[in-house]
Ligand binder design. Structure first.
Ligand code: PMT
Length: 224
């Protein structure tokens, strides 16, 4: 029987990419499949937590027994996350949120013109995790960092700037880590300055590691 060690937590997980629309048929996005976030949501629910999954567009089946809120853009994800926040005790942000969105969304399909070059103006999206960091209270905030270089430096900067308790840094240039694949390879950095290198493992296994570590942060004196 799975221990119900998360029964006192309400965990909000974000998963998948966001889509930033250019016109009715095109968007900017990334390769996130949602697998990492869905694995965490499933494991947290199995371990007794109430789970809210705010999901960008994915092909994954919604996990049974979980409150799934579907969104598309970063602005919609921000709204859904902030709406749920009052009842939440932990946030785990596995979603790959687009940092920028097109300045304007054309109502009609953009037509090909005579010019060889086309310019696209982008606006910065709100950083949802930074916003959460400013209002976190005694919630636990866990982020991911998808990096292709200087993993430690970038992850530590995000940990500090976003006021996180821990961050999982993925080297997404590794073929078996990060986007789309069923495995992940992360180094975890904690608020207290410690770090932990995890082995390559399935996203399902990593989900349980993340949840074990959050319990350790919640109950430091119980750690054995
Ligand atoms: O979905 P999969 O295919 O399984 O892939 C998993 C994954 C690679 C997407 C996942 O493991 C991962 O690394 N997710 C975070 C990807 C990302 O956007 O990283 P980032 O370094 O750009 O963002 C850092 C953190 O800030 C993330 O927790 C992100 O959710 C959050 N963020 C970023 C930008 C923004 N505007 N708002 C945010 O909240």
């Amino acid at each position: 029987l799975t221990p119900q060690d998360l029964a006192s937590e309400t965990i909000l997980v974000t998963a998948g990419p966001t889509r930033e629309e250019l016109d009715p048929v095109r968007y900017l996005s990334n390769y996130s499949s949602g697998k990492m976030g869905y694995a965490i949501a499933r494991a947290a629910s199995r371990r007794g937590a109430r789970v809210i999954l705010v999901s960008g567009p994915t092909c994954l089946a919604p996990p049974a027994g979980i409150d799934v809120r579907r969104v598309s853009s970063a602005l919609q994800m921000q709204q859904a996350v902030m709406e749920c926040l009052p009842v939440v005790t932990v946030v785990i942000k596995a979603a790959a949120v687009a940092d920028y969105r097109p300045e304007q969304r054309d109502k009609q399909k953009i037509k090909k013109g005579p010019a060889d070059r086309m310019q696209l103006n982008l606006l910065k999206n709100p950083d949802i995790l930074s916003e959460l960091g400013r209002v976190k209270g005694d919630r636990l905030l866990i982020g991911f960092a998808a990096e292709t270089e200087n993993l430690e430096e970038h992850a530590l900067r995000k940990l500090k700037n976003k006021n996180l308790d821990m961050i999982l840094a993925n080297d997404v240039s590794h073929p078996e880590a990060g986007f789309e694949v069923d495995t992940n390879l992360v180094r975890i950095f904690y608020r207290n300055g410690t770090a932990e290198q995890c082995l390559l493992m399935s996203k399902a296994e990593l989900a349980d590691v993340v949840l074990d570590r959050l319990l350790r942060l919640r109950y430091p004196s119980a750690a054995g």
